[in-house]
Design a protein around this ligand. Structure first.
Ligand SMILES: Cc1cc2nc3c(=O)[nH]c(=O)nc-3n(C[C@H](O)[C@H](O)[C@H](O)COP(=O)(O)O)c2cc1C
Length: 359
């Protein structure tokens, strides 16, 4: 795999359309779908860097890719320079850059010193970036996903120090750590963007191509990152206002060809069909428990069937795992696997509950 030059990618377009890191959801099958429906850049879900470095099992469980899965940024949760740098080195042959999560506001993360807690330690974030820059090739991207600090002046100071440390770009979720569903701060995005030379990616409530274009015009940010909008409608960046049936058909073929587990296969369909199914249909569909029941429902109601091999991908021949061995291997699983971070049940009103899943 040859690394895609992410700086060059930003130069090629007005703004990049980006599928956000999403624990459990921005995995390989969904990234394949997102790319086929207009995304320029995709992220893995957040991976615990210490587990990734210490355990071969964590590496194969938490990270898969394939040759077309590019450009790809692997996001890590880390709270030591060594974990972030070692994880970046190990994964660098299989992706185009790494991102440090400094935005996760969940209680467990704040308590353990991960995610948004790092915003209180700007020197540490800076060192993490500097050391990756020193150890991995210059073409390899390093970025940080942050939230707003309580004053724009402080956010700008942090952003500038990370720019000086060598980040390729920055992502700003335009809410503070305490804010959940309030409107994003567009003025802050504009201010921070204008104070940097590296590209700034805007995040928060990007739900349509029209909305992304408007935010680009308002703020000048060179990337528009969507999380919940992409789950609801993976074709949003092509200008579709809801998930087209062709996209659902593609999801069925891609996810089953790539061997996605039932929960992943079904949860994504629940999100994509939230605005397509009538309320009664949603109640039935969201409670289905087997692949056969889901496929029967889709065939009877929408004439969608699984056509094996139609995606052009196969779990056996196309999926690449990270076999890179690590000097620091001790076969413990580090702090914990990302997959154990949140227990999540699909509820009837799924999209309403999504915000609470990560925020
Ligand atoms: C299901 C889910 C999982 C998420 N997982 C991550 C993650 O792994 N890393 C991260 O930085 N942010 C994560 N987020 C936050 C999003 O990347 C994004 O910052 C936030 O949802 C705001 O963007 P949106 O309005 O487009 O949803 C997650 C959000 C959701 C809804």
């Amino acid at each position: 795999m040859v690394n895609v030059d992410i700086s060059e990618l930003f130069r090629e377009k007005d703004f990049l359309k980006i599928c956000a890191p999403m624990v459990r959801y921005s995995k390989l099958p969904f990234r394949v779908l997102a790319r086929r429906y207009g995304c320029d850049l995709c992220y893995t879900p957040m991976i615990m860097a210490d587990s990734f470095v210490q355990s071969a099992k964590a590496r194969s469980n938490e990270f898969t890719t394939c040759t077309d899965d590019e450009p790809l940024i692997v996001q890590f949760a880390a709270h030591t320079v060594a974990d972030f740098v070692n994880a970046a080195e190990i994964v660098s042959p299989l992706c185009d850059g790494v991102d440090l999560n400094c935005g996760c506001p969940q209680r467990w993360a704040m308590k353990e010193g991960y995610g948004a807690h790092l915003l209180t330690k700007p020197e540490l974030i800076r060192d993490m970036v500097l050391q990756v820059r020193n150890r991995v090739s210059e073409r390899f991207a390093v970025s940080v996903k942050i939230r707003l600090l309580d004053e724009d002046r402080k956010t700008i100071e942090l952003a500038r120090s990370l720019e000086a440390a060598g980040v390729t770009f920055l992502t700003l979720h335009a809410r503070t750590t305490q804010e959940r569903h309030s409107p994003i701060h567009e003025d802050s995005l504009r201010e921070v963007c204008q104070s940097l030379h590296v590209p700034l990616v805007a995040n928060g409530d990007v739900k349509s191509l029209q909305g992304a274009t408007r935010l680009y015009m308002e703020t000048g940010c060179k990337g528009m990152m969507a999380a919940r909008g992409m789950l609801e409608n993976p074709a949003m960046f092509l200008g579709n206002s809801s998930t087209p049936l062709a996209c659902i058909q593609d999801w069925v073929n891609i996810s089953l060809d790539l061997g996605a587990i039932f929960n992943c296969f079904h949860h994504h369909l629940v999100f994509m069909m939230e605005h397509i199914l009538p309320k009664d249909g949603r109640r039935v569909f969201n409670c289905l428990k087997t692949k056969t029941d889901v496929l029967d429902f889709l065939r009877e109601n929408y004439n969608i069937t699984y056509i094996p091999g139609e995606s052009g991908l196969s779990a056996e021949s196309d999926v690449i795992t990270c076999n890179e061995s690590s000097d620091r291997e001790n076969n413990s699983t580090g702090s914990f696997f990302t997959s154990s971070i949140q227990k999540y049940e699909v509820q009837d009103d799924v999209l309403d509950s999504l915000g609470g899943l990560y925020d």
